[in-house]
Design a protein around this ligand. Structure first.
Ligand code: PMP
Length: 403
């Protein structure tokens, strides 16, 4: 039995040859997650928190149980300081529009890095534009690692906020996140960590990291789409104004103004994605069953084999640092545009992503408009790496003839 056997998508006759190498965009789901979501809808579905009848109590228990599970999995400061969102993007927007509106003023500086996904950049750009604050983007080194000297230089501006990714989705760089957060804290900056590519692959301990905010998405870690998380220091969340107004987040609603519920409800206006939260809890159970160390080791090894194989073909440039990288392999094949490459690979059943990976500032620095990206997860194996290398070899041959 391999982990792959737990994923029904690979059992489908039409997916007989599917080599899924796009988990950085979204992962496949194991049977246990699909079953947990179905079971929830079959046995416990009702709106949460408000009902006194049995089914509503069951749904509420499932939802709050999922919150407790997430809190334990990532070392949250407090179960109530785990906010369910739609994903990393919504988590960043929540912080930008709630904390940011209250804490960022004209003349302030927000530090980001050139590695960021647009989700951890555009919300801060919108905020800074509105407030008359400035974005300071930290540069990368030639090898795609973060330029730590430039990071220190940026911190000398005494930023209000440092927003940085734990792992780059585009080129797989693993940032020295503990060090970055400590450096930011030393200058009194608030820290927002985009953990979208880290929570699925490495053991996270937000309290040990001492980050003020840590965000991630369920769908990249075997859970359904539409469920994500913002973990934060409870005292910061307590002091923040609400993000969305509506049901669930209020204490008393007057005719012209209202008071608000304590966290987490203050930040969970409206009916939440209970089925998604249940699925996320099941995904965490699955990952804990695999062991996060084993997960990381597995995909790092596949990434290493892929890099070795691609380099062996010649005429392939690999982006990202040699060490300190996750199971994301971003590359450029001389003479073959990444989009053509992805199309040819698809003909052999190999699914990779081609594009800017929502990281246009990074692509500009790498001097390309797009890369091809293969990303590995628990269900991939060495045969998948062989299929990737075989597909790239074929694409090179086709273009050598036609160009
Ligand atoms: N940050 C990173 C590093 C990502 O990889 C992604 C998803 N590609 C996001 C943020 C956005 O996540 P979501 O679309 O789930 O909100």
């Amino acid at each position: 039995m391999s982990w792959r056997d737990d994923f029904p998508v690979f059992d489908r006759p039409e997916n007989d040859r599917l080599v899924f190498l796009d988990s950085a965009a979204s992962s496949q789901k194991p049977r246990s997650v699909i079953d947990a979501v179905s079971k929830y809808y079959e046995e416990s579905n009702a709106n949460v928190h408000r009902g006194v009848y049995g089914l509503a109590v069951k749904a509420t228990e499932a939802y709050e149980g999922a919150r407790a599970k997430v809190a334990g999995f990532v070392g949250a400061y407090d179960k109530n300081a785990v906010i369910f969102t739609r994903g990393t993007t919504e988590s960043a927007n929540l912080v930008a529009f709630s904390w940011g509106r209250q804490n960022v003023a004209s003349g302030d500086v927000v530090v980001v890095t050139a590695l960021e996904h647009h989700s951890n950049l555009v919300p801060w750009q919108i905020l800074c534009e509105e407030k008359g604050a400035t974005i300071r983007m930290v540069e990368i080194n030639e090898d795609g690692s973060l330029d730590l000297q430039d990071f220190a230089k940026a911190l000398s501006l005494n930023p209000r906020l440092v927003a940085v990714s734990h792992i780059s989705n585009a080129i797989g760089t693993v940032n020295p996140i503990k060090r970055l957060v400590a450096m930011a804290r030393d200058v009194g900056a608030t820290t927002f960590v985009d953990g979208a590519q880290a929570a699925p692959h490495v053991q996270i301990d937000v309290s040990a990291l001492q980050a003020d905010f840590y965000a991630f998405s369920g769908h990249k870690m075997l859970a359904p789409m539409g469920i994500g998380v913002l973990v934060a220091r409870p005292e910061i969340l307590d002091a923040m104004p609400p993000f969305h107004g509506g049901g669930e987040m209020i204490k008393v609603v007057g005719d012209t103004s209202s008071t608000f519920a304590p966290i987490p409800s203050k930040f969970e206006a409206g009916t939440p994605n209970v089925g998604g939260a249940v699925g996320l809890a099941a995904a965490i159970d699955y990952l804990e069953g695999c062991g996060m160390e084993a997960v990381l080791k597995h995909e790092k090894e596949l990434g290493r084999l892929a890099i070795q194989g691609l380099q062996g073909l010649g005429g392939v440039k690999i982006f990202g640092p040699e060490s300190e990288r996750a199971g994301v392999v971003s590359f450029w094949v001389d003479g073959v545009h990444p989009h053509d490459l992805a199309t040819i690979l698809d003909e052999s059943g190999v699914a990779v992503r081609a594009g800017h990976h929502c990281a246009q500032p990074l692509m500009r620095r790498l001097g390309v408009s797009a890369t091809a990206r293969a990303s590995f997860y628990v269900y991939n194996d060495e045969k998948d790496v062989d299929a990737l290398i075989g597909g790239v070899r074929k694409a090179k041959e086709i273009f050598a003839i036609t160009v």
